[in-house]
Design a protein around this ligand. Structure first.
Ligand code: MTE
Ligand code: MO
Length: 199
């Protein structure tokens, strides 16, 4: 069983390593907005209070960092992307979804993956609101993709019909990043780059 549940070349550890390439940003809830724009019929903007009022779904999923560590059975709770996609009237020629963060980080995922049933905009982790280190107020969580696609301190979602690089993608990491297909790098010469970890 263990083998079935473990993606290729991942090793389980007890708790997360906290990454913050640009340091931990200041989050001021009085000015915080999450916006949804791009290839949409109905652009959206939410305060944190408004996000908390949207429907939520709970998922339990293993978390996999592309550098090789994984954490078992993390409980996340958040807004299903499918719900946000309907609300924003995302156009069906959309192919990519870009996530932008308060700290300047960004990452991109295929539209197909945000349509997965357990793809959520996570607001809670293990029963509590996300802590600041884990990306408060919100981060996307798509269990089939590596952890770098889970952008912390998220403040903008953009639906696109063409691919553009995010932060790690620009540095050679994969466009999609599916953990079961081991999509770590764009090509065979890809090498892991140092990450900035926070205690
Ligand atoms: N804004 C931001 N989001 C980020 C990162 C980052 O440096 N900045 N690192 C990514 C990587 S590589 C991983 S594995 C996860 C780690 O999640 P954690 O910091 O909650 O453990 O966050 C992802 N999201
Ligand atoms: Mo990662």
């Amino acid at each position: 069983m263990q083998e079935l549940n473990s993606p290729p070349n991942q090793r389980f550890i007890k708790s997360f390593i906290i990454y913050a390439e640009f340091g931990i940003p200041n989050v001021d809830l009085s000015s915080y907005k999450l916006t949804i724009k791009g290839n949409v019929g109905n652009p959206l903007s939410f305060t944190y209070e408004e996000l908390l009022k949207l429907p939520r779904k709970e998922i339990i999923a293993d978390f996999h960092c592309v550098t090789g560590w994984s954490v078992k059975s993390v409980k996340w709770e958040g807004i299903p992307f499918k719900f946000l996609i309907e609300l924003a009237k995302v156009k069906n020629n959309s192919k990519w979804v870009m996530f932008y963060c308060l700290d300047g980080y960004s990452t991109i995922v295929p539209y197909d993956n945000v349509l997965e049933d357990n793809a959520i905009l996570a607001l809670y982790m293990n029963g509590e609101k996300l802590t600041i280190k884990h990306g408060f107020p919100a981060r996307p969580l798509i269990p089939s993709l590596y952890g770098w696609k889970s952008a912390k301190w998220l403040n903008r979602i953009e639906f696109l019909d063409e691919y553009v690089d995010g932060y790690w993608e620009e540095r050679g990491y994969h466009k999609r990043g599916n953990v079961w297909n081991e999509e770590r790098f764009k090509n065979a010469f890809g090498r892991h780059l140092r990450r900035r970890a926070i205690l």
